[in-house]
Design a protein around this ligand. Structure first.
Ligand SMILES: Cc1cc2nc3c(=O)[nH]c(=O)nc-3n(C[C@H](O)[C@H](O)[C@H](O)COP(=O)(O)OP(=O)(O)OC[C@H]3O[C@@H](n4cnc5c(N)ncnc54)[C@H](O)[C@@H]3O)c2cc1C
Length: 402
């Protein structure tokens, strides 16, 4: 049992390829896009994900590319500060092992670390899966039929591997009642370096963050029950103009620049909740298995943790993939369940749907300025309540030296 096809080269996929190689497997990556996804949004990164990145020799580079956010600041229509909190508390809670970076930078670093010697197929995807007694027969849209010992879906919230092997997304998707959009534009003023600015109206929230190279990231979230997402870029822009058209602060200028953005990310804010993460020779990791949503602020780290544990268990099980898949799930299930519940609780506070809810949210954020209180409030959700198991990685030193 050596060959593993991994669908998806986001965060979980390249991390799994790396650790499988370290264990002596032969991973192949297939990514639907023609290259790695660029731009997008920024992620907060800490905890066990940070520890794994360190074991992969990536921390210096991650910190070089990352941002040290000083403050999250809520502003009014005129851009004046209503409330906010210093983010030092996160640093304190994590012993300084906390950084904000672009998801695409993390994805690229993981991919570069993993990809030497890994067969990577861009611009292709699995369209059929057929489990045989001794292998999985896979049909790729362009490359045709191939066989692998195992197939792992690391293909995100809208996983095709999950749809093919476990059933339609609607059976596993828990919608949290929001739509999120993100895009970058160049030359926007003002910049407010290392401050995350948030402007809220009932049921709507816009965040602005200054990136390097004179780029500015906008993150838009709005409440929408059971939203059907428009498929085309033009329709997505029209939707955002309609929802945020009357909003004040930087919103009119932001919407004026929207058409200039190279990429526009739009999706529902959802979780994936499955009764089991594997079936036969096929398993899921990362968002494909258990998307916690952006409201957990930790999905990338969890994607990396699941990759590390799955690879470790496959190595430890010496060919008994059933045992490995069971152990992988047993180690992470309750930890992930707790992260999902935390994100669900946070959902109602994220973009409050009423004026009173907004006021309450701002009051709570003001209270964060009281020393100690923020630690109490966020400490529980920020903590990682599992320990990374130790596995043996016969080829790790070789990979790190490469
Ligand atoms: C706005 C926003 C903010 C977030 N903030 C944070 C944060 O602060 N901290 C944090 O840790 N996480 C955050 N997250 C979550 C984090 O981005 C995800 O949890 C993480 O990217 C999951 O990694 P993944 O590899 O499982 O999936 P993805 O990163 O989604 O990667 C999946 C990959 O699979 C590819 N793919 C899709 N379908 C197919 C297919 N059929 N065949 C082949 N390839 C396919 C995709 O192109 C993509 O490259 C945030 C998410 C959002 C949307």
């Amino acid at each position: 049992m050596r060959t593993v096809l991994i669908a998806g080269a986001g965060i979980a996929g390249p991390a799994l390829a790396f650790w499988l190689k370290a264990a002596g497997f032969e991973p192949t990556l297939v990514e639907r896009a023609d290259g790695l996804r660029r731009g997008g949004y920024v992620i907060d990164f800490w905890g066990l994900g940070y520890d794994i990145a360190e074991r992969m020799g990536l921390i210096t580079e991650i910190n070089r590319l990352g941002y040290r956010v000083r403050e999250t600041r809520i502003v009014d229509d005129a851009g004046r500060r209503i409330a906010g909190f210093g983010t030092r508390v996160f640093s304190e809670l994590t012993g300084g092992r906390y950084v904000t970076l672009q998801r695409s930078d993390l994805s690229r670093l993981l991919f570069e670390k993993a990809s030497g010697g890994v067969d990577t197929i861009f611009g292709d995807e699995i369209v059929a899966l057929d489990e045989l007694p001794d292998a999985v027969r896979v049909e790729l849209k362009r490359a045709g039929e191939r066989r692998f010992d195992l197939v792992i879906g690391a293909d995100g919230l809208h996983s095709s591997v999950r749809a093919l092997a476990f059933g339609p997304q609607s059976r596993f998707e828990k919608k949290l009642g929001y739509v999120v959009a993100a895009f970058e534009i160049g030359g926007f003023r003002p910049r407010d370096e290392n401050v995350y600015l948030i402007h809220g109206q009932p049921g709507r929230m816009v965040g602005r963050f200054a990136l390097r190279h004179d780029r500015t990231l906008f993150l838009l979230v709005f409440a929408a029950q059971d939203a059907q997402l428009p498929a085309t870029r033009a329709a997505q822009e029209a939707m955002l103009r309609e929802v945020f058209g009357a909003a004040r602060w930087d919103c009119p200028r932001m919407l004026g620049e929207l058409a200039r953005a190279d990429e526009l990310y739009v999706d529902r804010v959802s979780q994936i909740r499955m009764p089991g993460w594997s079936r036969g020779r096929i398993a899921l990791i990362g968002d494909a298995a258990f998307c916690v949503s952006l409201l957990a602020g930790q999905g990338s780290a969890l994607a990396m943790i699941s990759a590390y544990v799955l690879a470790g268990e496959l190595a430890a099980a010496r060919g008994d993939y059933r045992q490995a898949f069971l152990q992988y799930e047993a180690r992470l299930r309750s930890y992930i369940d707790a992260k999902q519940r935390g994100a669900e609780r946070f959902a109602s506070a994220f973009a409050p749907k009423t004026q009173a809810g907004l006021l309450l949210r701002n009051l709570v954020i003001k209270a964060f300025a009281i020393p100690g209180l923020a630690k109490l409030a966020v400490g529980r959700d920020i903590a990682d309540r599992v320990e990374l198991p130790q596995y043996s990685w016969p080829l790790l030193d070789q990979l790190l030296a490469a």
